[in-house]
Design a protein around this ligand. Structure first.
Ligand SMILES: Cc1cc2nc3c(=O)[nH]c(=O)nc-3n(C[C@H](O)[C@H](O)[C@H](O)COP(=O)(O)O)c2cc1C
Ligand SMILES: CCCCCCC(=O)C(=O)O
Length: 347
């Protein structure tokens, strides 16, 4: 089994340089991109022993979806740039691993086809749908209804993108749009035209309330870093939060997610589950995030590296590699299950 770093090297060899940069890059100086990984390296584990970890259970439940381990696939755009099977391959791998794939609104495959691919593997796959609320509310509603009809189990609203982050690698490479043979298939309107995704600068908490009136699905907010926003999210009745800085692709110089997590966890005080993403590359990273208050972590780039390197098999390699590392780290920290991971394990 290759490490995520090795899969990134393999992916880089296969990808067009501008596409590799689109996936790998962050905003501005890429300070936040680097900070996410560094925040894990800065923290060390202080393990407990003699705790009978002979039988270990990594499973968690989030917003009504069961996960076989506390690792899910965060939404990432444009999988067909990485591999011809695109999101179909990612969905098969997630279903095989028994975990959630959050399908991006910027997926290059129709949601109905993604769900069908996952259903080839398991009858009841856990697919969630990420969205940027669009200024045209009727269209937003139509996209949500379509995703619901297809069988998604939750909605993840990205709230860290009032405007698009400036990814300087993309500007240097002139990579500002998809190649003509690909499109964001879930942005087709009833005339068949594919609409551009607009970044929602005018969103407020009222829009979250509106969303709750039009969909009965669990709603999670992605891109929360401030404890005051976490408290407002609990008041708004959402089913979970993703502590995320969009993998360093939006506000450069934003706090790393691991540095943000303790204050958010304390603000939420267990009321709703927290998912952390950004910089998770090793099983020990997962253990650190869980010990400091996350219920699960999301991975973005690692799945893209697996996908580009070897399609479904590559994403499976990433997920099963992480599962093995997480299980080993649980045992060596003296935890038989996620509840056994507490803040005293991390310094
Ligand atoms: C290439 C790429 C595309 C992304 N597309 C989306 C997206 O469409 N919607 C979204 O909410 N987040 C998107 N993200 C952010 C991820 O969901 C996630 O927050 C981030 O990748 C986590 O950091 P990591 O890549 O270090 O694991 C994207 C990230 C990358 C790298
Ligand atoms: C104009 C398409 C928007 C795609 C957004 C994808 C994304 O969030 C990213 O980080 O990239």
């Amino acid at each position: 089994m290759r490490t995520i770093a090795e899969l990134e090297t393999a992916a880089r060899r296969r990808l067009a340089p501008a596409h590799y940069d689109f996936y790998a890059g962050g905003a501005g100086e890429e300070e936040t991109l680097r900070a996410n990984e560094e925040a894990f390296r800065r923290r060390v584990l202080v393990p407990r022993v003699l705790r009978n970890v002979g039988k270990r259970d990594l499973a968690v439940e989030l917003a009504g979806s069961p996960l076989s381990m506390p690792v899910l696939l965060s939404p990432t755009a444009f999988h067909r740039l990485a591999h011809p099977d695109g999101e179909l391959a990612t969905a098969r791998a997630a279903a095989r691993a028994g975990t959630v794939l959050v399908v991006s609104m910027a997926a290059t495959t129709a949601i109905e086809d993604i769900v069908a691919a996952a259903r080839e593997v398991t009858d009841d796959p856990a697919l969630w749908f990420q969205l940027y609320l669009q200024p045209d509310r009727e269209f937003t509603k139509a996209v949500i209804c379509r995703a619901e009809r297809a069988g998604v189990k939750a909605l993840v609203v990205t709230v860290d993108s009032a405007v698009f982050g400036k990814r300087e690698r993309d500007h240097r490479n002139g990579f500002l749009d998809l190649p003509p043979e690909l499109s964001v298939e879930n942005m087709r309107d009833d005339t068949g035209r594919v609409r551009d995704i607009e970044m929602p600068a005018e969103l407020t908490w009222t829009d979250v309330e509106w969303l709750r009136t039009i969909s009965g699905l669990p709603i999670l907010l992605k891109g929360i870093l401030h404890p005051s926003d976490a408290r407002l999210a609990v008041e708004a009745g959402v089913s979970g939060l993703v502590v995320s800085n969009h993998g360093g692709r939006q506000l450069d110089s934003a706090v790393s997610t691991m540095d943000a997590l303790p204050a958010v966890a304390s603000a939420v005080d267990g009321a709703i589950p927290l998912i952390l993403d950004g910089g998770v590359r090793r099983g020990t990273d997962v253990v650190k995030a869980l010990a400091l208050g996350a219920s699960a972590v999301g991975i973005g780039r690692p799945a893209l590296w697996g996908l580009a390197a070897a399609g479904t098999e590559g994403v499976t390699e990433v997920l099963e590699g992480l599962r093995e590392e997480v299980d080993r780290a649980f045992a060596l920290c003296g935890a038989a299950d996620p509840a056994g991971l507490t803040a005293e394990l991390v310094r």
